[in-house]
Design a protein around this ligand. Structure first.
Ligand SMILES: O=c1[nH]cnc2c1ncn2[C@H]1C[C@H](O)[C@@H](CO)O1
Ligand SMILES: [Zn+2]
Length: 404
């Protein structure tokens, strides 16, 4: 047996070479470990995460006749390809089909329950899932009925996941569409259902031409109510959008925010210079809800290796990893982590850092966030980090190598 397979060599090398050895030999997570790692998801759209098979069944049950494909596998491929255009506007067009089949109470309950189950199955322990209630009224439901149906679905999904051995907690974020004019009404709805399953508010939709300041009345209302909100900003549009979201609207978090990179200069000697806005975002620990795969599809980044998350993590921004739309990107939290591990060589330490960052940035009360970090996330990663010890011991049993 080669000496580099010995656990004693690894201990020795770790002492001698420091963290680099730790990451290479012990902490590079396998796919299975990534799936089992406790993950936290802050940016996931309910209408962007349906199972293709469910869309087909709901279309049949509700008489929705506009699906581009009725075979679930082909439909899944259709969504991924149609969303892959490089433009946010075209990406958003695909939602007409998911929203189209989410117009009844039964459909909303089912989609929300499956969402919670799918996330839990993927190892997500805490999720904030968003949707726009104003987009689910075509079948005659009222705004409150929509919220209650989705809440009911999340509770069902949490229960079923628990029965299958996966614990998850899901909170809803109510989104207002930025091109519409119902933001204040939706903000009031979010406030009414606070502590009843809704943990905050968001605005989404095409960014260019629809600055967040159009909805100042909603944000000011929420601030007066001491409520929480995030704003999609700095995805398809750059720094002015981020600046408005923070300094005019007072967002607690940035949905995407990836274009903050435009205010960061990497000089030839490798040193880094932050502009005023990037400094503010980092100094104030503003959470960035980064969504790598989604950014590749809408043209906000060219590849995983070039994605700004690498630099933002190195510079200790409050970066978090998210799925955005699992259906349109054919992704999951595990898959996002897989890509980042491959692109940046991330270790379990890095994945824990992202997960703790996300949990710190969640909209639930501080004591609950702390308990999730200390009682769920850290022990989960500690367990995974210790696995190499047992594997190596088993494979070297009988070996008499010593540290010297
Ligand atoms: O990445 C996005 N940017 C802006 N808007 C988005 C994104 N993903 C989904 N949406 C929109 C389309 C959905 O119908 C809506 C509510 O979830 O939010
Ligand atoms: Zn989004």
């Amino acid at each position: 047996m080669g000496i580099d397979a010995s656990p004693f060599f690894v201990l020795y090398a770790r002492r001698r070479y420091g963290a680099a050895m730790t990451s290479q030999h012990q902490n590079t997570p396998s796919r299975d470990q990534i799936r089992r790692a406790p993950k936290v998801l802050l940016h996931d759209h309910l209408d962007g995460g349906l199972r293709p098979g469910t869309i087909v069944e709901l279309a049949r049950d509700t008489g929705y006749a506009h699906l581009p494909e009725t075979d679930p596998d082909k439909l899944g491929v259709w969504f991924r390809e149609a969303a892959d255009s490089g433009s946010l506007e075209r990406y958003l067009e695909t939602f007409s089909h998911t929203v189209g089949v989410m117009q009844t109470r039964e459909a909303l309950v089912r989609v929300a329950a499956e969402c919670a189950e799918d996330l839990a199955e993927d190892g997500v322990v805490y999720a904030e899932v968003r949707y726009a209630p104003e987009q689910h009224l075509e079948g005659g439901l009222g705004l409150e009925e929509v919220v209650e149906a989705v809440n009911e679905g999340f509770r069902q999904g949490e229960r079923r996941a628990g029965e299958n051995g996966h614990r998850i907690r899901v909170g809803a974020l109510l989104t207002a569409m930025r091109h519409a004019a119902r933001a204040l009404e939706i903000a009031e709805l979010a406030n009414r259902y606070r502590d009843l399953g809704v943990v905050g508010f968001d605005i989404a939709g095409a960014e260019a031409g629809y600055p967040p300041t159009r909805h100042l009345d909603a944000f000011e209302y929420l601030k007066r109510e001491n409520n929480h909100f995030t704003i999609h900003a700095g995805e398809a549009f750059g720094l002015p959008s981020i600046w408005q979201a923070l300094q005019w609207c007072g967002a607690d978090r940035l949905g995407h925010g990836v274009r903050i990179i435009d205010d960061i200069q990497v000089l030839d000697d490798g040193s880094v210079k932050l502009g005023r806005l990037a400094s503010y975002v980092r100094d104030k620990r503003i959470p960035l809800e980064l969504c790598p795969s989604s950014n590749l599809q809408t043209g906000a980044a060219d590849s995983y290796t070039d994605h700004p998350i690498g630099l933002l993590r190195r510079l200790h921004f409050r970066a978090t990893v998210n799925t955005d739309n699992r259906l349109m990107s054919g992704t999951s939290m595990s898959r996002e982590f897989d890509h980042l591990v491959e692109a940046f060589g991330y270790t379990l330490e890095d994945l824990q850092w992202f997960s703790v960052n996300a949990m710190k940035s969640a909209f639930i009360p501080f004591d609950e966030r702390l308990a999730m970090i200390n009682d769920v996330i850290k022990p989960g990663y500690a367990e995974l980090k210790s696995e190499w010890l047992f594997k190596q011991t088993a494979s070297t049993s009988g070996s008499a190598e010593s540290e010297d």
